[in-house]
Design a protein around this ligand. Structure first.
Ligand code: SF4
Length: 162
């Protein structure tokens, strides 16, 4: 990397190849993660949720009127860990103001299936703190990090017991 001189807006070939290689390796890695950690393959995935997401989900399931930012967080988080639009809608069905058509439009929008086709990412812990949605100190920077760590830990513990 030190030998590569970046000149203006031109991307040098070695840097371009390096980025391509990294991107392809990352793609393979992501595919592997998705195969191994698909929701259908994970027992009791809800127990691996970070406390903030669990609190929002419990609130929605209990029929509480949770704020828009919390709903966005819940939907984007669940879609990111592999739930389908239908599965996410099933969770929101308990909300007191649930309207199938509007909820479907919003969840599909967050999933990147409508409008700008941009898939939205869940908030980072810093954003969650600003929005007063953070409910614990978990020593992570992102709620997704908590989830994946928690699943990894569970798998390692299971393996150790075998
Ligand atoms: S530290 Fe992060 S993961 Fe933990 S509750 Fe707060 S926002 Fe959620």
């Amino acid at each position: 990397m030190e030998e590569i001189k970046v000149d203006g807006l031109q991307i040098p070939d070695p840097l371009y190849s390096l980025a391509e290689k990294l991107s392809s390796e990352w793609g393979t890695y992501l595919r592997k993660i998705k195969e191994n950690w698909a929701i259908a393959e994970v027992d009791n995935w809800e127990s691996a949720l970070p406390p903030c997401v669990k609190a929002i989900m419990d609130g929605v399931k209990a029929g509480k009127n949770v704020p828009h930012s919390a709903r966005f967080m819940l939907a984007s988080f669940l879609l990111s860990i592999g739930l389908s639009v239908e599965e996410v809608l099933e969770i929101f069905r308990a909300a007191p103001d649930f309207k199938e058509q509007i909820a479907r439009y919003q969840v599909e929008h967050i999933a990147g299936l409508r409008g700008s086709r941009k898939k939205y990412s869940p908030y980072k812990c810093d954003n969650m703190k600003t929005l007063a949605l953070c409910v614990a100190e978990c020593n992570v920077k992102h709620p997704l990090q908590y989830y994946w760590k928690s699943l990894r830990h569970r798998t390692a513990t299971k393996r150790d017991k075998v």
